[in-house]
Design a protein. Structure first.
Length: 460
């Protein structure tokens, strides 16, 4: 990570056009650190610094840059430099860049590719957005099972620099059909005369298809703890590879989308700072309107019980306490269940077990808050010097209401995500504000129903 105190010094060297000093300064920097520095510079200075980098470092640094910095450099660099970068980039990183650019720009950039890279780029871009094909790199090593270890090592030394990873080497037949995988560890520890078929992994080969959803690929990486997985076509022929670093990006996007949805915001397709204000408003307005209408139902519920409120205005004092407890318990439950669903800890089939656990949790939490509520009312009545049997009944009303509302909140928050999942919808849409609003309306009904039952003939 770049130390920000260096930025003033670097910018001063850029203004002085002291390029030799800059090159010496960056001599031992890693590409990821250089990319961070370039992104932090003003757009007018990014290209100046980028041109000072050696060509091999420049390409790797470019792959680490965010989209805005990449676009800026594509505009600022010469066509020769852009051609070198695009042809030197790994296929999956280049696809990630091209899929974010306007169609007209992509067509112009494709013209700069060599015939080989052009075919690769067109093939990967032909796969649908969000598919494994968009993440796939065709740069992987494959060997034959009748080769000996010495032959394989010679082959790796010759062509290994073109491969996305050397952790796993794939074994194919004479027609390119995947038949096995060879771990680098086994290869390096084997005698030179050993055949590949003797040291090939006996485990079942886990494969992906190019048309498969990236979410499914992410689950496969998590389940089987792999650093790379081969991609095959419908007939089992090896066509590429997906590595764990690509999956980390997918995982970040998925988690970001879930968090945004859970906060009652539509998923943002662009970074927050890059999204136009109008688009940002649109993403948030829909859910706010839905939640506002939901809260109108809360107001309607209050209006329905206005006679009870008029007879016992003290009940209004505890409304915020009552409904917030239900909303909070519901939001807690929804958070736990949505996260457990997303990481595979529970499935829809576990709904009855989840319900039983949440009933017990709701009763325990409701009892705890109920007792605190009872003490709150009694202590308050003692402080103001009006502790009577009526206040005891009010405290019981608060305690019982809290028990019922917290129980309802935990059940709603836990069952709603499972219901949405069962209907084929995204459980994350059962956002915390949505659950809280739903429980608010019901909380009012529970509160005043309990009050009518306990306080009937006393205050009501």
């Amino acid at each position: 990570m770049i130390g920000t105190p260096l930025l003033p010094e670097i910018r001063e060297l850029i203004e002085q056009r002291n390029f030799s000093a800059l090159q010496r300064l960056f001599g031992d920097w890693l590409p990821v650190d250089l990319a961070e520095l370039i992104s932090d510079l003003p757009e007018s200075e990014q290209a100046i610094l980028f041109r000072l980098l050696p060509k091999d470092i420049a390409t790797e640094t470019f792959e680490y840059l965010d989209l805005d910095a990449q676009e800026n450099l594509l505009k600022a660099l010469t066509q020769k430099d852009v051609t070198h970068i695009l042809n030197s980039m790994s296929a999956d990183d280049r696809t990630a860049l091209l899929e974010e650019l306007p169609g007209a720009v992509v067509q112009e950039l494709l013209k700069l590719l060599s015939f080989k890279e052009f075919k690769i780029a067109k093939t990967l871009l032909a796969y649908s957005e969000g598919s494994v094909g968009r993440l796939m790199s065709p740069d992987c090593l494959s060997v034959k099972k009748d080769w000996d270890v010495d032959h394989v090592l010679t082959y790796i030394r010759t062509f290994g620099h073109e491969s996305e990873t050397l952790n796993v080497i794939y074994v194919v037949d004479d027609f390119g059909k995947l038949t096995g995988e060879l771990l680098s560890r086994e290869l390096l520890l084997s005698a030179p005369e050993n055949k590949v078929e003797e040291i090939i992994s006996k485990d079942k080969i886990i494969t992906l298809t190019a048309t498969q959803d990236q979410k499914d690929a992410l689950e496969a990486f998590k389940r089987y703890d792999k650093v790379a997985l081969p991609v095959v076509d419908s007939n089992g022929y090896l066509i590429g590879i997906v590595t764990v670093d690509d999956m980390l990006d997918v995982a970040e996007e998925e988690e970001t989308e879930e968090i945004q949805k859970f906060g009652a915001v539509e998923a943002l397709e662009e970074p927050y700072m890059d999204l136009p204000i109008l688009q940002l408003v649109k993403k948030r307005a829909g859910w706010l309107v839905i939640l506002f209408i939901g809260e109108m139902l809360t107001a309607s519920a209050l209006a329905f019980f206005q006679d009870e409120l008029a007879k016992a205005i003290v009940l209004a004092t505890f409304i915020p306490l009552i409904i917030s407890s239900g909303g909070n318990s519901g939001s807690q439950a929804a958070t736990l269940i949505i996260r457990s669903l997303s990481i595979g800890e529970i499935t829809i089939r576990d709904w009855w077990q989840v319900m039983k656990r949440e009933i017990l949790s709701g009763l325990a939490l409701g009892s705890l808050l109920g007792m605190i509520g009872v003490l709150r009312v009694i202590i308050w009545a003692m402080i103001i010097g009006h502790l009577t049997i009526t206040w005891v009944y009010v405290s019981i009303t608060i305690g019982v209401s809290l028990l019922g509302i917290v129980l309802f909140g935990t059940l709603t928050g836990s069952m709603l995500p499972l219901l949405l999942k069962r209907l084929g919808l995204d459980p994350a849409t059962s956002s915390a504000p949505f659950v809280a609003t739903l429980v608010d309306v019901t909380g009012i009904v529970i509160y005043f129903s309990v009050a009518s039952l306990i306080l009937g003939g006393i205050l009501l």
